[in-house]
Design a protein around this ligand. Structure first.
Ligand code: OXD
Ligand code: MN
Length: 594
């Protein structure tokens, strides 16, 4: 049998024949190599240096103005059987997809360097990690992959040992939105992406590998690849518990992963440790618990809105060695974005003189790429080969009404339904209308590489007699009062909710049982020192039976939309809640441990 390196060499030759690059370069991941790449990009205008005194080692990249976000309508899952991709994905047959995209790849690298980028998703020595190789003609992609993954020689060594790797082929092509396609071939463990240089479309280790192909691999191998942050909460006794949380794109995962405890919590000794901000791979350990790694080595975060008040850790983290994409700049060449309280922009993200009449200084989906180790709350456990044990899984979305600040699912199957039913208002992270409510199961709508019905069945399959599964919760930081203002202050104060969640896991926090799950009373949450009225806290935790009846009805219709593959267990769960809402509007029975 051919070794993985032989198959890699053969693939590189095949791709070179198709794309006709001027030269082929194998990336080692060394500092010297990175320096040369950056010099090359500074010379050709792909990068602009930023103020070396205030932002040493930082650079700005301006993408093509029509290439600023993920393109879900051009993203395909190409399985032999259409139903395997499911109604949650765009589908094309593998043969047609290869033909279509190979026609765009033909000669696409003429006059360019073809970079071969071996990478490892996850700590290099972790059994949970998986490797891939991205072939790209974009030096910007190489520089980003070096930050976002364990890239280069070590990854190549591991690929040789593993015997297999995910093949990702990328070319910026002509950056023409009409010649842009992002194709996934889960049965072949391969990806082909052309026509975009933007993060989620071009850094193939991230969404394409770690989520779309990863979720497929995870199902066949018995683990979970999820769109979740991983955060460690250390209590005053010095014990750290880990929470994995799924929120749709641009709903504050990075902020929650790096939150700074409120002052009274800091004084009492609470600490927060960041393991990951976007992707979580979880696998059952011998002890029955789920153990998680962050497959990424860096953060590709949304810049606008990042400030001392919202995310001081992130702001500190991006003062050096950071690639900024599509932000504005100040007169003294510092990066600038909306929501940053200091500085004033003079140029916008397209390099034009800043004029608020023509648009914001930074694109709303402007990003920073930075090594995770630069985060002041970086957790050493991010490098732990065995990962971290997960105590609680949290789902959440932007829901201006109905959904309480927090509730706990009754058991694993109910929790899977809660995740499946997740909805959120759309954001600027993908092209399309912003602020429209859509169902985004487990925040994986854009990222699940197979049929959601099978994905829910896979989630349900973890419920085994010897499993010690995390409890599942739902949070909503975005509920609004009648005046249209957010009821909950959010940001660092969210630790109060996480404390309650961990209290439920330890059976020390109170709640009352409702038809939709266990909900805290205001008195069950630590609201000390928080400027929130009794009315607001009551509204935040209110379960509106009428509203929930329609919601659960709509969830039922959503599940039906997946047809016969939808697991009966999930449909039964939906029915159980619908019946409970019909017969027992709101039960206020105290939970046994409440
Ligand atoms: C991201 C996204 O970039 O979810 O993380 O869009
Ligand atoms: Mn994401």
């Amino acid at each position: 049998m051919a070794s993985s390196l032989e198959s890699l060499n053969r693939w590189v030759e095949d791709v070179a024949r198709l794309t006709e690059p001027a030269e082929i370069y194998w990336c080692s991941g060394s500092d010297g190599e990175n320096r040369l790449l950056i010099e090359k990009m500074l010379a050709n205008g792909d990068l602009h240096a930023l103020n070396p005194d205030t932002h040493p080692g930082c650079h700005l990249h301006r993408s093509s103005p029509t290439d600023v976000a993920r393109v879900e309508h051009l993203t395909y899952i190409c399985t032999s059987n259409r139903d395997d991709a499911g109604p949650n994905n765009h589908w094309m047959s593998p043969a047609e997809a290869h033909d279509k995209i190979d026609a765009l790849f033909a000669g696409s690298m003429r006059g360019r360097t073809m970079y071969v980028v071996p990478y490892c998703m996850g700590p290099i020595d972790s059994p949970i990690s998986r490797c891939g190789v991205e072939i790209t003609d974009s030096p910007y992609v190489v520089a980003n992959m070096r930050i976002m993954t364990r890239m280069g020689a070590n990854a190549l060594n591991r690929i040789e040992q593993d015997g297999s790797f995910v093949k990702g082929l990328h070319s910026t092509g002509e950056l023409d939105p009409d010649k842009r396609l992002i194709m996934h071939f889960p049965e072949e463990l391969s990806i082909k992406s052309i026509g975009s240089g933007y993060g989620g479309n071009a850094l193939l280790g991230k969404k394409c590998h770690a989520l779309r192909i990863g979720s497929w691999q995870a199902r066949s191998e018995g683990w979970l690849a999820e769109h979740m942050l991983i955060v460690g909460i250390e209590n005053p006794q010095g014990e750290t518990r880990y929470i994995a949380a799924a929120f749709p794109s641009a709903c504050g995962k990075t902020n929650l992963a790096m939150l700074i405890p409120p002052q009274s919590y800091r004084e009492a000794g609470w600490k927060v440790w960041t393991v990951g901000d976007d992707i979580c791979w979880m696998t059952p350990g011998e002890d029955g618990r789920l153990w998680a790694i962050n497959p990424e080595a860096g953060y590709f975060g949304v810049a606008p809105g990042t400030d001392t008040k919202t995310n001081p850790n992130a702001l500190k983290m991006i003062q050096r060695n950071t690639i900024f994409t599509n932000v504005g700049v100040t007169a003294d060449n510092q990066p600038w974005w909306e929501g940053l309280s200091e500085g004033e922009p003079v140029k916008d993200w397209q390099g034009r003189d800043y004029d608020p009449a023509i648009g914001p200084a930074a694109h709303p989906n402007a990003r920073f790429t930075v090594s995770a180790r630069q985060c002041p709350s970086w957790s050493e456990k991010a490098e732990a080969a065995q990962g971290v044990p997960i105590s609680a899984i949290v789902f959440g979305g932007r829901r201006p009404s109905l959904i309480p600040l927090v509730f706990e699912a009754k058991d694993w199957a109910h929790g899977v339904l809660v995740g499946a039913a997740m909805g959120s208002e759309t954001t600027a992270a993908a092209t399309g209308a912003v602020g429209v409510l859509r169902r985004d199961s487990m925040a994986m709508k854009p990222f699940c590489g197979y049929n959601f019905a099978d994905y829910f069945a896979h989630w349900l399959s973890f419920d085994k007699p010897d499993a010690k599964l995390p409890k599942i919760f739902h949070v909503n930081w975005f509920r609004k009062g009648e005046d249209g203002k957010f009821l909950w202050p959010g940001f660092g104060e969210n630790l109060r909710v996480l404390e309650w969640i961990l209290g439920r896991c330890e059976e020390t926090a109170g709640a009352h049982e409702t038809a939709v799950g266990f909900v805290p009373d205001a008195a069950d949450l630590n609201l000390d020192g928080l400027d929130i009225s009794a009315v607001a806290s009551q509204q935040l935790l209110d379960v509106d039976t009428e509203g929930w009846r329609s919601e659960v009805e709509a969830i039922g219709e959503y599940l039906e939309g997946f047809g016969a593959r939808m697991p009966q267990r999930l449909k039964d769960e939906q029915r159980r809640i619908a019946d409970a809402l019909a017969s027992d509007p709101v039960s206020n029975a105290r939970a046994a441990n409440g």
